[in-house]
Design a protein around this ligand. Structure first.
Ligand SMILES: Cc1ncc(COP(=O)(O)O)c(C=O)c1O
Length: 479
């Protein structure tokens, strides 16, 4: 007699089959009681949503290491898809609809959260699992549920998280310590749409944020830590300020990753990431994500509840910045070891930052783990591993004594890692922001944002810190 597993008990196959038949009969009776197709599909959709909520809440009880590895892809999914590894559903469309009613209800978003049965521009099983994994990581320590939306890039994430709030003539306030692409999006593209940004030049000053908020302000935006100057925002204070004005705080938390900081825990409403960075550290994909709480503070009433679902079924569907399923699978794999990798990056980065800070050819080093960093105390409070020890990330920047001339010399002779516009890789990468990532910024804006000619951005990889230090020493000693 074959032994079967049933609800954790071992029983004979005859008993198993009897129990299964009884269960199916119950289900049939229940379904017969439903009066229409419509009601049937609605109930099924609600059941699915309830199940997902339960799974998300269960997931929160686990540690970050476990969430990063498993996400919500459990034994039932493995059995359904006959694969222990999350399959790549590299398809335009999912399973056929059972009836015309179901098709109509799905396409009018009366049935949601069934990624197996929808067009991949809107949802897809592989992508959905990735979104749930990241949403579970970001929402780990908050009582509310979180929902995630995967998009084609970090830029698309910033766009999709911000544009739903804006009408012509609207305004928002942003830290000027942002990635160059974000500056261009807000200053150039948004201006064309009639959406106006007011930059905060001293984003550590809550007073300056406060002064720039007007009646037309729809949200506050901050990148923390920032690329490439590593400004660290006091997120609890900023969230309080935003909420006092009835508006949300949106945080680009790319450089911290959910392993070191989860802005929603500190009061933020929406978090965005360039998933192309450490979350997708192998560098096989470009991607972005938005994660929001179920309820957010906003003066745009229609967006207050289920922001992500609304964006997904609305502007995201209309604009089409969807992720490619094989990219989602590559990132899923990278996330499996995220907490372990982040710790290794942080240990190396701290050693390298301390070495650089003590070097005579270096003017200054920006790394939140250094006591000299202006927001070191805030970073100490907000950037922590799950065991409460601090970690300050993989990115730093430093200025070379002797201005542009010596900086060019450095770039010509430094042969460790790779000179590219990229960061968060397993490999060390570095670049000269003034002429590259922030090259399109006006000289005035560069000055305001602190992007100086002698600045090098340095993303610490997984090579041994000793090797990186040796290479830096060799190059710097010859300047
Ligand atoms: C902090 C930050 N946010 C957003 C982006 C944009 O991300 P992506 O290149 O994935 O569009 C970047 C890219 O470097 C970044 O560093």
């Amino acid at each position: 007699m074959i032994e079967c597993r049933w609800d954790g008990m071992t029983m004979s196959d005859a008993e198993y089959i009897r129990k299964k038949i009884a269960e199916l009969e119950d289900e049939l009776t229940r379904l017969k009681e439903l009066t229409s197709d419509e009601e049937y599909f609605k109930v099924r959709s609600e059941e699915r949503i309830a199940m997902r909520r339960r799974q998300m809440l269960e997931m929160k009880k686990r540690k970050l290491d476990t969430i990063s590895l498993w996400g919500l892809y459990g034994h039932e999914d493995m059995k359904q898809f006959k694969s222990m590894i999350l399959p790549v559903f590299s398809t335009s469309t999912g399973a056929p609809h059972d009836t015309m009613t179901e098709a109509a209800m799905m396409l009018s978003y009366q049935i949601i959260n069934d990624p197996n049965k929808i067009y991949s521009r809107i949802d897809n099983t592989t992508i959905d699992h990735l979104a749930m994994k990241i949403a579970a990581l970001e929402g780990k320590n908050i009582p509310e549920l979180t929902e995630g939306l995967m998009v084609a890039s970090g830029m698309a994430a910033t766009f999709m998280a911000t544009m739903p709030f804006l009408e012509v003539g609207d305004h928002f306030v942003s830290s000027n310590r942002v990635y160059g692409g974000t500056e261009q999006l807000f200053n150039v593209t948004y201006k064309k749409m009639g959406w106006y940004v007011d930059w905060v030049d001293a984003p550590w000053s809550i007073d300056e944020w406060q002064e720039k908020i007007t009646r037309e302000t729809k949200f506050l935006f901050v990148e923390s830590p920032s690329n490439p100057l590593l400004f660290v925002a006091d997120i609890p204070e900023l969230a309080k300020l935003a909420h006092d004005h009835g508006i949300p705080l949106i945080v680009d938390s790319t450089l911290a990753s959910p392993v070191l900081m989860r802005p929603l825990e500190h009061g933020a409403d929406i978090v965005v990431h360039s998933v192309s960075k450490i979350m997708g550290s192998s560098g096989r994909a470009i991607a972005g994500v938005i994660v929001a709480k179920e309820r957010i503070v906003t003066n745009v009433d229609v967006l207050a509840e289920n922001f992500v679902t609304k964006v997904k079924g609305g502007h995201f569907r209309n604009l089409g910045p969807c992720l490619h399923p094989p990219s989602a699978a590559a990132i899923w794999d990278n996330l499996n070891s995220l907490p372990v990798r982040v710790r290794a990056h942080c240990e190396r980065a701290q050693q390298i930052a301390e070495f650089l800070e003590g070097h005579e050819k270096i003017e200054s080093v920006n790394y939140p783990g250094l006591k000299s960093h202006p927001q070191h105390e805030i970073a100490k409070k907000l950037m922590k591993f799950e065991d409460r020890t601090n970690g300050y990330g993989y990115l730093m920047s430093f200025k070379i004594k002797g201005g542009l001339e010596k900086t060019i010399k450095f770039t010509q002779s430094f042969n460790f890692g790779v000179q590219v516009t990229d960061l968060g890789r397993d490999y060390t990468t570095w670049i000269h922001p003034y002429t590259t990532t922030h090259g399109q910024m006006s000289p005035e804006m560069k000055k305001r944002a602190g992007i100086d000619e002698n600045l090098i951005r340095y993303s610490v990889g997984l090579e041994a810190a000793e090797d990186a230090i040796k290479a830096l020493e060799e190059t710097l000693s010859k300047l």
